[in-house]
Design a protein around this ligand. Structure first.
Ligand SMILES: Cc1cc2nc3c(=O)[nH]c(=O)nc-3n(C[C@H](O)[C@H](O)[C@H](O)COP(=O)(O)OP(=O)(O)OC[C@H]3O[C@@H](n4cnc5c(N)ncnc54)[C@H](O)[C@@H]3O)c2cc1C
Ligand SMILES: NC(=O)c1ccc[n+]([C@@H]2O[C@H](COP(=O)([O-])OP(=O)(O)OC[C@H]3O[C@@H](n4cnc5c(N)ncnc54)[C@H](O)[C@@H]3O)[C@@H](O)[C@H]2O)c1
Length: 542
């Protein structure tokens, strides 16, 4: 029995870890319960441990694989640029040593696991290793791996338990892997089917294809990334995938997986308008990436009365409050709709600021969250898509500046094999405030963060164009879309002040009528629906 503490945190992932360190830094007595570790004594991966999904089976190992793929892409394959720049690429180059890569990647993750634990200890966070379940609204029981149990009492409790990959209930599902399984692959698949159309399917299919596996991507609609991404960006992504990516299978629903007598796998899908059963054979790997589900069903929430929605996500308001006073929730387990590491971290830190610093207004601005899809090529975006902006402000009050071109990276690809870069600004008229910024193409991932600051600060097109460009870069297009003299994209010549001389409207002028409401549940993430703009009169989120 541990003595009573100020706050019990369930889950040492992105959100729980950030909250715990910040709260302990303010002097709160924090007990962090984390299921971990990530590997068992036999060296087998057991899922997320210290650092959670991001560190163990998410962003970090995924980005390492993305970077491995980027190395190969430059050497060999349709979009290879190395030869054009004068490098000799020997016959047979580009064979990745999968096992060595996996080993280095896992060592890197294990180091991060240690850093997380050390970080908690340094801040004075008490760590209890085991699985937490509610006993009542202020008590939690923790079961350790050896079966022993500890009871913890907290004045407050934070739920930051995250989620796990979801699976469709189809026959033969046991033969498939999910994103966790991707990181356990001991050898590179020769022929792989990836099923899904979201971040994970697009990213993992891209990585596998770029690393040289024969990759097939099956999805239900006409395009991938259907929800929350700007149609201009999706169109360019689809063009890139069609010409240079995995084999695409549209309008395809998973139906069945069977094992062949030779050990390989057959994938059956229901396809097209007349629901034809199509059979695809000889896969050595089938990867399902059809979304994630929260692990709230394992918490015994009925004991404390915390409410979840239909999908099991904990219902929270914009301040991470659940319906039970003193119990809070952040990150992937919540109804906010944003399953992103920096969102979980920011929510955790702001919650700690509110609870232990007395900063009552601190909340995360869910309506202005930048995101990157590490697709091939990568995508970055923040704010509203063009259709979302038109729905929000009315068609006449939205102006768009967009352009697509081939990046200089492909200057020497004489065979014409290059992917298009696309940049788009969605402007709210008449002040031309940037309410959406979207890009696809090489380096889009690294380009986004600075623009996200500008959009967050309420930048207008005039602010963008008053910034002197950095040349030659891709990002410079965002600040040179066409100034006061002549506009690109066929616009009329404008006889008015250069944009950088226009008076800057005050932030409150930009407020829209959209009521954010008490619940962040209504605010939706790319891939989930429509984000909202800061409404008038709301305390400024930060
Ligand atoms: C393949 C993949 C790639 C991703 N790539 C990106 C990316 O590039 N960028 C990005 O921003 N996001 C990415 N994400 C999403 C990101 O990983 C999550 O949004 C983030 O980790 C959520 O943090 P969290 O704190 O809510 O939960 P988690 O990080 O999942 O942490 C929850 C922790 O709680 C523990 N836990 C659960 N239940 C209990 C219990 N009952 N008792 C004790 N402990 C418990 C778990 O062991 C886990 O460590 C990716 C996700 C995946 C799967
Ligand atoms: N770069 C990043 O920031 C990054 C990377 C990976 C994951 N993530 C986060 O993790 C979350 C989960 O990723 P995800 O890709 O698993 O989920 P997702 O919600 O992004 O996409 C799930 C996809 O699966 C499809 N789908 C759902 N049920 C299906 C079924 N029965 N059959 C076929 N297709 C089905 C959906 O139409 C959707 O396109 C993301 O929403 C994102 O927030 C972020």
């Amino acid at each position: 029995m541990t003595a009573s503490c100020d706050v019990i945190v369930i889950g040492g992932g992105s959100g729980g870890s950030a909250f715990s360190k910040r709260a302990a830094g303010y002097g709160a007595k924090v007990v962090l319960v984390e299921r971990g570790p990530s590997w068992n004594e036999q060296g087998q991966r057991t899922g997320a441990g210290p650092g959670g999904t991001c560190v163990n089976v998410g962003c970090v190992p995924k980005k390492l694989m993305f970077m491995a793929a980027a190395h190969r892409e430059m050497m060999v394959g349709e979009l290879a640029t190395a030869k054009g720049y004068g490098f000799t690429v020997p016959e047979g180059a580009g064979k990745v040593q999968w096992e060595a890569l996996q080993q280095r990647r896992d060592e890197y993750v294990k180091k991060l696991n240690k850093n997380y634990t050390a970080g908690w200890q340094k801040e004075g966070v008490e760590i209890v290793e085991g699985t937490a379940q509610f006993v009542d609204s202020s008590t939690v029981e923790v079961q350790r791996k050896d079966g022993s149990k500890t009871t913890l009492c907290g004045k407050k409790i934070l739920i930051a338990c995250g989620g796990i990959p979801d699976a469709p209930p189809i026959p033969g599902i046991e033969h498939a892997i999910n994103s966790d399984g991707f990181f356990e692959l001991k050898k590179q698949p020769k022929k792989v089917a990836v099923i899904g159309a979201g971040y994970i399917a697009v990213e993992m299919a891209g990585i596998l294809h770029a690393l040289g596996s024969e990759t097939h991507l099956y999805f239900r609609g006409d395009t991938v990334l259907r929800r929350g991404f700007d149609p201009f960006i999706v169109k360019l992504l689809m063009e890139a995938l069609e010409h240079h990516g995995p084999v695409l299978h549209r309008n395809s629903q998973p139906s069945r997986i069977t094992k062949q007598s030779n050990g390989l796998l057959t994938y059956t899908a229901t396809e097209g308008s007349n629901a034809e059963q199509k059979v695809y054979t000889d896969f050595d790997c089938i990867l399902l990436a059809i979304g994630r589900k929260p692990v709230t069903d394992q918490l015994g929430l009925q004991k404390c009365g915390v409410l979840t929605n239909k999908s099991g996500h904990i219902v929270v308001d914009a301040f991470e409050n659940t319906n039970v006073p003193g119990i809070y929730a952040i990150g992937d387990a919540t109804s906010t709709g944003f399953e992103l590491t920096p969102v979980a971290i920011a929510a955790g830190r702001r919650l700690a600021d509110r609870l232990f610093l007395g900063e009552g207004r601190a909340r995360i601005a869910y309506e202005q969250i930048a995101t990157v899809v590490f697709s091939h090529p990568p995508i970055g975006c923040i704010g509203l898509t063009e259709p979302q902006a038109k729905a929000e402000f009315g068609e006449a009050n939205v102006k768009v500046k967009q352009s697509s071109f081939a990046s200089m990276l492909y200057a020497f690809n004489d065979d014409g094999k290059k992917v298009k870069t696309g940049l788009k600004l969605v402007l709210k008229m008449p002040e031309e405030r940037v309410v959406g910024l979207h890009c696809i193409g090489p380096y889009s991932d690294e380009m986004m963060q600075g623009f996200a600051v500008a959009v967050r600060m309420g930048a207008t097109r005039a602010d963008f164009e008053a910034s002197v460009a950095i040349h030659p870069t891709i990002a410079e297009e965002f600040v040179t879309f066409g100034g006061w003299g002549q506009e690109k994209n066929g616009d009329q010549v404008r006889a008015q002040l250069p944009p950088y001389l226009k008076p800057k409207p005050v932030l409150s002028d930009f407020a829209t009528g959209a009521a954010l409401g008490a619940a962040a549940a209504g605010v939706q993430a790319p891939g989930r629906g429509q984000p909202r703009i800061q409404p008038a009169g709301e305390p400024l989120a930060h």
